[in-house]
Design a protein. Structure first.
Length: 158
């Protein structure tokens, strides 16, 4: 069911994702990826417990550092995007652990790039979610896009 989703909350998560991704690469430190993967899993499983969501709701929003950006949307597609992010981080960590350092860090740059694209308005996780919906998969993929004028994966209009 479509509800009002605060896209400022989503954007803050995207900013933190890009910061952690860059920190992981710059410092060549996989622990940042472990933290990011954990946040992705928590956010995908139960969004109200997400550290990024909590920071937004209890620090950023009360201090008026970002304005709310409510749009009619399905949070399920964003949860699916977080799950895809978690898989991407796990793939990078496995490659790094196996000694394929260039491939692992390349995956982190892909994650950074896709997050930046998402921040700008097109989410690959949301796109995949709605493609699976179009294929008629039942269960989790049972929400149609809320904005018929937007391309699949594009942020819905106000």
């Amino acid at each position: 069911m479509a509800t009002q989703v605060d896209h400022a909350e989503i954007k803050l998560g995207q900013i933190f994702t890009m910061l952690l991704s860059v920190a992981a690469v710059v410092f060549a430190e996989p622990v940042y990826l472990i933290v990011l993967g954990g946040v992705f899993l928590v956010t995908a499983a139960y969004r109200p417990l997400s550290p990024f969501v909590l920071i937004y709701r209890y620090v950023v929003k009360p201090l008026d550092w970002m304005r709310s950006d409510y749009r009619l949307d399905n949070i399920q597609s964003h949860a699916f995007g977080q799950f895809i992010g978690a898989i991407t981080v796990m793939l990078a960590l496995v490659l790094l652990d196996m000694g394929y350092r260039q491939a692992g860090w390349a995956i982190v740059w892909v994650l950074f790039s896709l997050t930046l694209i998402s921040y700008l308005g097109w989410c690959v996780g949301c796109f995949l979610y709605y493609q699976l919906y179009r294929l008629g998969l039942q269960g989790f993929f049972n929400h149609a896009p809320t904005d018929s004028a937007a391309r699949r994966g594009q942020r819905p209009g106000k």
